[in-house]
Design a protein around this ligand. Structure first.
Ligand code: AQP
Length: 343
């Protein structure tokens, strides 16, 4: 059976959005709305796998939806919604909890990273997180997901769940009139080079919402002075910039800053180094700050406007949820029949 080319992705409202979320995720979502059916979700149910203050959760949910729209997602083309408004995510995730094996979850490196030494004491939801992610994706029979490297293992697990479901319920799926698989085997979508933005203070760590230091992270809603100050104080090294990308090897912080410049200006790293090779940080950092402000300031301005208009944001999220439900509900009706639930 041919599946409709459909894209799903989401961001957790677990902190203020940053440049990594923009370059690594949101910006890559935009062109896909021209070629695919697209669903972009604010995954609030994922966010609460670790403690979230309820007021912050709401604020960040609006902020992400606003960032999607301010960055170019069009609510009349893309379905923009928050996960908890479509309860079928939770229901399918429970069924997947009963399909997936504990050993599969135990192998997830992100769980090990996030739980650290404390794995007995984290929420059960954090452990089952990949099962909810599989439900997010498969509820819409998503064919492609634009994920970064950090999510590849979770996507692999989504495929394992789809394969096991398709296999375990082969007879019921056939009885329902499906010749082959019920769920697609979702692919990673290539959307150009995936930029991993690193902390401004440590080129070995990714820029993250939950970083304790504000100076490590450029937030999408930082003002121009704050962006300039953070870039000025970003960790760099004493050497001038090299002439080519090869010369960045072993210079993680330099590689990060040049990579950010290249991504923000849609140029290759080599091209950026043709301009800046041989120059010092005193020349490069102000140019990077100006560039970052020129890209982020208009988006931040539009985000401010949108988050200030709760009525409009609620309308967009409710409309998105209704359109998401229109796809999700027929799927869940079939899934219930496949597993043998009486309705
Ligand atoms: N530093 C980054 N560089 C590139 N892409 C990034 N993403 C996150 N950080 C970077 C991408 O943003 C999307 C949303 O991710 P998420 O909200 O589900 O959570 P995350 O990846 O765990 O992001 P954070 O910011 O690090 O959140 P916390 O601190 O709460 O865990 C994903 O597509 C991700 O690849």
């Amino acid at each position: 059976m041919a599946f409709t080319p459909r894209v799903f992705s989401g961001i957790k409202p677990s902190g203020d959005l940053h440049l990594g979320n923009y370059l690594g995720a949101i910006r890559r979502f935009v062109p896909l709305q021209e070629t695919h059916e697209t669903l972009y979700c604010v995954v609030d149910m994922h966010a609460i796998t670790v403690w979230q203050d309820p007021e912050d959760l709401k604020r960040w949910t609006y902020e992400i939806a606003a960032a999607y729209i301010a960055s170019g997602l069009d609510p009349s083309k893309s379905i923009i919604f928050n996960q908890s408004q479509v309860m079928e995510h939770a229901e399918l995730s429970w069924i997947f909890n009963c399909v997936a094996r504990v050993g599969w979850m135990e192998r997830m490196t992100q769980f090990k990273d996030k739980s650290g030494e404390n794995s007995e004491n984290v929420s059960l939801g954090l452990f089952a997180y990949p099962s909810l992610m599989a439900a997010d994706i498969l509820l819409y029979k998503t064919t492609g997901v634009p994920v970064g490297d950090d999510q590849k293992q979770h996507l692999e697990l989504t495929r394992d769940i789809a394969k096991k479901f398709n296999h375990d319920f082969r007879k019921q799926i056939k009885d329902l009139g499906f010749d082959e698989d019920y769920f697609p085997i979702t692919e990673t979508l290539a959307t150009g080079p995936a930029m991993r933005v690193k902390s401004l203070k440590d080129g070995a760590r990714k820029m993250s919402k939950s970083d304790a230091s504000d100076m490590s992270t450029i937030y999408m809603m930082d003002d121009a002075d704050t962006i300039a100050k953070k870039i000025k104080r970003a960790t760099s090294d004493a050497a001038p910039l090299p002439e080519t990308a090869d010369g960045l090897a072993g210079r993680a912080e330099a590689e990060n800053l040049v990579g950010i410049f290249a991504a923000l200006s849609n140029r290759s790293v080599d091209d950026v180094l043709i301009e800046f090779g041989g120059k010092g940080w005193g020349a490069f950092k102000p140019a990077l700050a100006d560039l970052a402000v020129s890209v982020l300031a208009p988006i931040a301005g539009e985000m401010q406007r949108l988050v200030g208009d709760r009525g409009e944001m609620d309308r967009i999220l409710r409309d998105g949820a209704a359109r998401a439900r229109a796809i999700a509900q027929p799927t869940m009706d079939e899934v219930r029949r496949i597993v043998g639930f009486i309705r």
